[in-house]
Write a protein that binds this ligand. Structure first.
Ligand SMILES: Cc1cc2nc3c(=O)[nH]c(=O)nc-3n(C[C@H](O)[C@H](O)[C@H](O)COP(=O)(O)OP(=O)(O)OC[C@H]3O[C@@H](n4cnc5c(N)ncnc54)[C@H](O)[C@@H]3O)c2cc1C
Length: 427
């Protein structure tokens, strides 16, 4: 497809029309009540159906639109991607495994594209784009979230293989996934940020136990994993030995919004973007669309949407043009972390009593509002909390003094020894 499609406006129009026809003929309409991370489990049948649908979209040429053809993509421009984003908005686009799909496509795949070696990219990326493989992130541990470089999972070299041992937690979508990208410590004598390496870990390996964690919204979208001497070959190592911290930062940049598809976030402007459709829908169903206070809430949410979209476009463009360093993605992430809780509160206010108790047939929006309210802090924590984003902005972008710390330059083994002695030897 990429050989024949160019960026002239008539070609883009033809591309749009062809896509419009394909979408209408092949994908169901999007459910307006489909809340972000709704409280439901994904059955094996649903997962299989979603994978099949992703394959269908892939085979039509609409997955990996801007991705290099040698890795299974279409090699088209950000404008083509933007057309997909606009045209597919009204459809239920496939997301196998729900959040696992978002993590695979939005975070892991761009990281592999940036850091995996040529052979790995040619082998792994087409399977990801086709929906054959779902990958998740194994970063956080019970004792290492904000302080990610303090992880204790170890990878020990054994000839041509590595043996991984440790515990990971909060891994979104892991119960649906096939593989995890796992950050492990490979040098205990190096300072904490310098002895880390990434590995591809098969989640269905008998030496990996994946256990779902039940959440306040009733769902169990994240898991904890116990790696019990899992053996992976050296060609499952991603990036250079002990250079994993740079890859971690790059991956977190993608998670925080440093999209590799500038076209995907081009500002659409207030006139084109629909006005807070989720809130309008709730107000309409409660016949409060004409109430002054409700209109204020909707107008504020819309202004925030437009402002955040423009901020995102500006940050991504400045990262892409190398005007800003990739840490600028923290502005996008912090924006989400501040605005998402406000949006969740506004939805509950508009939903009123139906956000507390609803009947599924009459007030489906009530459940969406309630679920999103319970999920309201997700973006303030996942991918680094608001406080951590503020630290990054102050230290890496504004040049303010770094947070005091005692451990950055010490061998990690010594950091652990010192921590064990805290309070007992006057340290
Ligand atoms: C919805 C969701 C999805 C997630 N998905 C994944 C995933 O797929 N894979 C994965 O590996 N992890 C995942 N996580 C984990 C996430 O990355 C961590 O929860 C996050 O980094 C915070 O770490 P923590 O929970 O250990 O909190 P802590 O690090 O213990 O932080 C507790 C509090 O202390 C504050 N704090 C900590 N250090 C500082 C500091 N230096 N300065 C100021 N304040 C500080 C924090 O802001 C926070 O308020 C997910 C989390 C959520 C909520």
């Amino acid at each position: 497809m990429s050989d024949t499609i160019t960026n002239t406006s008539s070609d883009l129009d033809a591309y749009r029309q062809q896509m419009r026809d394909w979408l209408a003929a092949n994908l169901p309409a999007r459910d307006p009540h489909a809340g972000l991370r709704a409280a439901h489990e994904i059955s094996a049948e649903q997962l299989a159906a979603d994978r099949a649908l992703q394959k269908k979209v892939y085979e039509a040429g609409y997955v990996g639109i801007t991705w290099p053809t040698e890795y299974g993509g279409q090699g088209l421009s950000g404008q083509h991607q933007q057309i997909w984003n606009e045209e597919s908005r009204a459809y239920a686009v496939p997301a196998p495994g729900g959040i696992a799909s978002g993590v695979t496509m939005g975070i892991v795949a761009p990281t592999l594209l940036a850091h995996a070696n040529e052979e790995q990219k040619r082998s792994w990326l087409p399977k990801i784009l086709r929906g054959d493989e779902l990958w998740v992130q194994l970063l956080s541990e019970p004792g290492a979230g904000s302080d990610l470089a303090g992880i204790l999972t170890r990878a020990t070299q054994d000839g041509e293989s590595w043996i991984l041992q440790g515990t990971k937690v909060w891994s979104s979508g892991a119960m649906s996934a096939d593989f995890g990208v796992c950050l492990a410590r490979t040098d205990w004598d190096a300072p904490k940020h310098r002895g880390l390496t990434w590995f591809k870990v098969p989640l269905r390996d008998p030496r990996v136990t994946v256990r779902p964690v039940r959440e306040i919204n009733g769902s169990a979208e994240f898991c904890e994993e116990f790696l019990d001497d899992v053996v992976v070959a050296d060609d499952m190592r991603i990036g250079e030995l002990n250079e994993g911290w740079a890859i971690a930062n790059s991956m977190l940049g993608f998670e925080r919004g440093a999209s590799r598809d500038p076209g995907a976030v081009r500002p659409k402007g207030g006139g084109i973007r629909p006005i807070a459709p989720d809130l309008v829908e709730i107000a309409r169903s409660r016949a409060t669309l004409t109430h002054g206070h409700v209109r204020q809430l909707i107008a504020k949410a819309h202004a925030n949407d437009v402002m955040h979209e423009l901020l995102t476009a500006r940050v991504v463009s400045s990262i892409t043009k190398r005007i800003s360093n990739p840490s600028a993605a923290s502005y996008i992430k912090l924006g989400h972390g501040i605005l998402q809780p406000l949006r969740a509160c506004a939805a509950m206010e508009i939903a009123g009593r139906t956000g507390i108790a609803w009947s599924a047939d009459v007030h489906a929006h009530g459940e969406t509002a309630a679920t999103n309210y319970l999920n309201g802090r997700i973006m303030a924590i996942a991918g680094g909390s608001n406080q951590i984003q503020r630290n990054i902005i102050s230290e890496r972008l504004l040049g303010l003094p770094r947070e005091p710390n005692f451990d950055t330059n010490k061998p990690f083994r010594e950091v652990l020894r010192t921590a064990r002695n805290w309070g007992t030897k006057g340290e």
